[in-house]
Design a protein around this ligand. Structure first.
Ligand SMILES: [Mg+2]
Length: 386
């Protein structure tokens, strides 16, 4: 049976969030784009992307991709991925277009799930029925005392894997009088504070969000190594493969990266250069499950571990449960709150593992009333020419 695409609609949303971690709370804002693909056969699949400029991605989907997808078979994901490559990234560009392609691809997988009655993780290979979680709690805006209180609270809840930010916007703020050395000294104190709150057992990951130069990243890595860092994520600006490979050899801390990469060749370069111990394809950014599964294959061939970085666990749980070499999924407290604001029937952690749904496709629904509220405009106002 054919599932001809009838309509593709992207909606940009911006969500004000309050994150509560026991006695600690923080206000935040996250933006994202929801893409809905409707077929002539009556199936509506939904996909998602985030960590970029949501209005640009929504426009790329509605104005450029959508008119080119009408009439294509929604189950022909390779055909559509190739068409979108030549339409949006014909010289291998990464960036906004990869976000658009990801959200569309995830909607196609959701349609495949509904067409077959199977959840995406089973369609991807069904390696395991639950995925282990790590909790990202250590936000840059927290004071040392708040970090300590939040870490203790989560540990008491049974969490055994923790991630915190270091190098918060370091290079971006250098023209605002930011003293990089003083910031790194404070980062060392923050990591020490969290390790003291956790004790020796739990795993602790740090994430610089590509905010450091190679020298600063190494300087920091050498000084926090004694606190037992399980990996250092995105230590260096640009995820520069050769600089990260050098850091990896010198610093004695496992290196992780890949969450915001948008082309297969970037993942291949990172692994070929020996730049990462853990590769982190994010299904909502790298091109959906179609691209992420290929990254997984390269990682398996190169014996590089895989884990979710860049959050959005309700999509990435399928990837990491589906593939034999799938790994940890990121329970990023802000991204989880965002998911709970838009989606319905989401799974809940059980002993800090996330059980995969048996419902078809992504296994959770879109709350269209909430989506309309969050978009701040009627859904129809965001519709493209499809
Ligand atoms: Mg990250």
């Amino acid at each position: 049976m054919k599932h001809e695409i009838k309509e593709v609609v992207a909606t940009a949303i911006n969500i004000p969030l309050t994150i509560e971690v026991g006695p600690v709370s923080a206000r935040s804002n996250l933006s994202g784009v929801v893409v809905e693909v409707t077929t002539e056969s009556g199936i509506v699949g939904h996909g998602f992307t985030a960590i970029t400029e949501e209005e640009i991605v929504a426009a790329a989907v509605n104005a450029v991709a959508a008119p080119n997808l009408v009439g294509a078979d929604a189950l022909h994901r390779e055909h559509i991925a190739e068409r979108l490559y030549w339409l949006l990234t014909p010289r291998g560009q990464t960036g906004y277009a990869s976000h658009a392609i990801s959200a569309i691809d995830l909607a196609l997988w959701d349609i495949l799930g509904h067409a077959t009655g199977l959840p995406c993780w089973r369609l991807l290979g069904g390696a395991r029925q639950q995925v282990p979680l790590y909790v990202t709690f250590g936000f840059g805006g927290f004071s040392r005392e708040e970090l300590s209180d939040a870490a203790r609270h989560l540990k008491a809840q049974g969490v055994t894997r923790f991630k915190m930010v270091v190098g918060h916007h370091a290079l971006a703020r250098r023209n605002e009088g930011n003293d990089l050395r003083a910031q790194l000294e404070e980062d060392i104190a923050r990591v020490r504070t969290v390790r003291e709150a956790l004790g020796e057992g739990p795993d602790l990951y740090v994430d610089a969000n590509c905010s450091l130069d190679p020298f600063s990243a190494r300087w920091l890595a050498e000084r926090i190594a004694e606190y037992g860092i399980a990996f250092f994520e995105e230590p260096i600006r640009d995820n520069a493969p050769s600089a990260m490979a050098e850091l990896r050899r010198a610093a004695g801390i496992p290196i992780a990266a890949g969450q915001n990469e948008g082309q297969l060749f970037r993942f291949e370069q990172l692994m070929a250069a020996g730049a990462v111990d853990v590769i982190q394809p994010n299904a909502v950014i790298c091109g959906g499950f179609t691209a992420a599964a290929k990254v997984g294959a390269i990682a398996q061939a190169r014996n590089v571990a895989m884990a979710n970085g860049g959050a959005f666990p309700f999509h990435n749980m399928h990837l990491n449960a589906g593939l034999a070499n799938g790994g940890l999924v990121e329970w990023h407290l802000a991204a989880v709150a965002m998911g709970q604001a838009v989606f319905e029937h989401l799974p809940a952690p059980d002993g800090w593992e996330l059980p995969l749904p048996e419902a078809p496709g992504l296994g959770f629904g879109l709350d269209r009333d909430k989506l309309r509220d969050l978009a701040g405009l009627p859904l129809s106002a965001g519709r493209g020419k499809a």
